[in-house]
Design a protein around this ligand. Structure first.
Ligand code: GAL
Length: 668
């Protein structure tokens, strides 16, 4: 499709006895410029009402009626929720919880991911669907299941976990060593003895906890692969995706990225609930960037809410303009679609009050419908941007496995290690400096970046330390913070000097780590005559005591018994430089510090500096850079546009109205 995909989850299966509804919906969708629907996500009971009896005619009929009206389908596999007959006949498909309790039928997203019976039943229906729709021009993609989540603790999953560990470690001795099980006499004598982490069993061994999460990721990725193979072996060639969630952390999405064609995710910011809409936008901007960075390709915004989100603590309405602005925001960070949950509001059950394009009134003159229509019209106007990619020169590592390791590190701060907060704070400071940012995992390539920021890179995996070394050696600028290179991927501490294998790159060695209680502060003071003069700042959370191994000290601690000792350093290494920040300075410090580094690295800013509550991002295509500026605040802002900007949306004046945006292109 040349245009942006515009549409969302549509559940006409809930209205099969009212054919007029489909007619009305098609008329209204066309009016709103909707060109896509995601169909069949939870339709298994209708598609296979009893085992082996498939009824796809109703679906084909709907797909073709939509197509005749210019609306394409992204067809789901129905594995997100199963029909009652399936659970009854094959109870092993139901999940077993951590406490050993077996789930009853009900809910969704709660099947056993390794169950051979479930996989087989899913494979059969997926293949049947693919046989039916593989050559159908109306079907432009496959939506595998829905928002995978969670783990199952049944005996089959446990067996699979043991096999997974055996493949990983090879021998029980190696596992015992890596998990450090001599501690408390927890040594295993065979793989058969291993159980998943449990609140009434083994719950302290971080290696086990992290590997259980890796296993859950593996089991889910393998489940996805099983679905993709079913579709592909039936001859379907359309691209596949699965819709992910934000700050979910249950699985390592980098593994999903390896098996699906397009990343997609469901974005539900807490508009009107979070501290400010600017903050909510910033947070979701980071997730958009993350989704784009996984594959360095445009992603799909698979779901977003047109109005109040009924599962949030309160269902705030989107104030006028916000619906369009949120769509522009996703596109600005690399989305090639704007999709909603849901096109039509259901009449009953738990999502009847969830925002929808078409609400219970069935009218096309509601405030929400009008905004959906305006947004659709805008997306058509800016269709040339579709397919444009990011070309960020700055990347921040936000690594899922590192997060897992930190969550159960048991010290230095158990109240809150604050990985998430630190990553978000640095990201915010980068955005205030108006640069594009890739948000990457440790395993992502570092090539092509000028600045690499590695906050709290506690756990190293995928040879990150070697690739960081090469990055700096070849001229990159690294900014690393405290808690760097402490443990390996199994949470086993590195012996000797840390940051592991990077003391020469950073020119420092960590000696001790002082954790501060919430509210406690120290400060960072600039060193007289240092090559870079920085602003004094407060710091909190953790203060690492470091000694210099060749680095220049730029700042020292202002108080406590380590007053005067190094706290922020820089080291020349190869053609590049490596900064080390031994504590947690505040956001304003990061804004100034990163501003200096951005300048030094010659990274082009999209604007001198970004007003509060605003976001800026760009995408490039065909020699053009498309720049998007959005104002999520309640007041107009002043922005300075380049003189040569070709406006695609908004005017050339310096006024950026509240809850509005400007989109323009410049030469890339
Ligand atoms: C998503 C889910 C959808 C719907 C939506 C409501 O998490 O994928 O099926 O439940 O939330 O916001």
């Amino acid at each position: 499709m040349e245009e942006f995909i515009y549409g969302g989850d549509y559940n006409p299966d809930q209205w099969l006895d009212e054919p007029q509804v489909l007619e009305d919906d098609i008329r209204m969708m066309k009016k709103a410029h909707i060109n896509e629907v995601s169909l069949g996500i939870f339709s298994w009971a209708l598609l296979e009402p009893e085992e082996g009896r498939f009824e796809f005619d109703w679906l084909a009929d709907i797909i073709h009626k939509l197509y005749e009206n210019g609306i394409y389908t992204i067809l789901a596999t129905p594995s997100g929720a199963r029909p009652r007959w399936l659970a009854k006949k094959y109870p092993e498909v139901l999940r077993t919880y951590e406490d050993g309790k077996k789930a009853k039928f009900g809910g969704r997203h709660n099947h056993c991911l390794t169950s051979p019976a479930y996989r087989e039943k899913v494979r059969i229906i997926d293949a049947k669907l693919a046989e039916c729709f593989k050559d159908d021009p109306a079907v432009i993609g496959w939506h595998i299941s829905n928002e995978f989540s969670g783990e199952c603790y049944c005996s089959h999953c446990q067996d699979e976990f043991r096999k997974f560990l055996k493949r990983k470690f090879g021998s029980i001795e190696k596992l015992n060593h890596e998990w450090w099980t001599t501690f408390w006499s927890h040594t295993y004598t065979s793989f058969d003895e291993i159980e998943p982490p449990s609140s009434i069993g083994e719950n302290e061994t971080n290696g086990l906890i992290i590997d259980w999460r890796r296993f859950a990721t593996y089991a889910c990725t393998d489940f996805i692969k099983n679905e993709i193979e079913a579709i592909r072996s039936a001859g379907a060639k359309q691209p596949v995706t699965t819709n992910m969630m934000y700050e979910f952390g249950g699985y390592d999405y980098a593994e999903f990225a390896k098996v699906i064609d397009t990343m997609s995710w469901d974005s539900y910011p807490e508009w009107g609930i979070a501290e400010s809409d600017g903050k909510a936008a910033l947070e979701h901007g980071l997730y958009h960037d993350m989704m784009r960075s996984f594959k360095d390709k445009p992603f799909l915004l698979m779901e977003s809410c047109p109005s109040g989100t009924n599962w949030q603590s309160v269902s705030r309405l989107k104030r006028p303009g916000l619906l369009k602005l949120a769509g522009i925001h996703a596109v600005s960070h690399g989305a090639d679609s704007v999709q909603y949950f849901q096109i039509r509001q259901g009449r009953g059950s738990s999502e009847k009050f969830h925002g929808a394009v078409i609400d219970h009134t069935g009218r096309d003159d509601t405030r929400v419908f009008k905004e959906v229509t305006e947004t659709g019209a805008l997306l058509k106007e800016i269709a040339e941007i579709k397919g444009a990619v990011g070309d960020a020169k700055v990347a921040i590592i936000n690594d899922t496995q590192n997060k897992w390791a930190l969550e159960n590190s048991q010290g230095p701060r158990n109240c809150n290690e604050g990985y998430y907060e630190t990553v978000h704070k640095i990201y915010e400071a980068l955005k205030i400096n108006a640069v594009d940012v890739d948000v990457i995992e440790e395993s992502h390539s570092f090539d092509g970046y000028k600045i690499l920021i590695a906050p709290m890179l506690y756990s190293l995996h995928d040879g990150a330390e070697k690739r960081i070394r090469e990055f700096v050696e070849n001229g990159g600028i690294l900014i690393s913070t405290y808690l760097c290179g402490v443990v390996n991927e199994n949470d086993l501490c590195y012996m000797g000097d840390i940051p592991y294998d990077m003391t020469d790159v950073l020119g420092v060695r960590t000696e001790e780590i002082d954790a501060l209680c919430d509210g406690m502060k120290n400060s960072l003071l600039p060193v007289e005559g240092a090559s870079m003069r920085l602003q004094e700042t407060d710091c909190e959370k953790m203060c690492e005591l470091i000694s210099l191994k060749g680095a220049e000290c730029l700042m020292t601690y202002g108080s406590d018994f380590y007053k005067g000792s190094p706290a922020l350093t820089v080291n020349q290494f190869g053609k590049g430089k490596a900064y080390y920040i031994a504590s947690e300075p505040d956001r304003e410090f990061y804004v100034g510090f990163l501003g200096r580094i951005i300048k030094e690295a010659g990274v082009v800013k999209l604007m001198e500096s970004l007003p509060e509550e605003c976001d800026i991002a760009s995408r490039v295509k065909g020699g053009k850079r498309y720049v998007f500026i959005e104002n999520f605040g309640r007041e107009d802002k002043e922005v300075k546009l380049p003189e040569v900007a070709d406006m695609l949306y908004g005017d050339t004046s310096s006024k950026l109205p509240a809850t509005d945006a400007k989109i323009y292109s410049i030469k890339a």
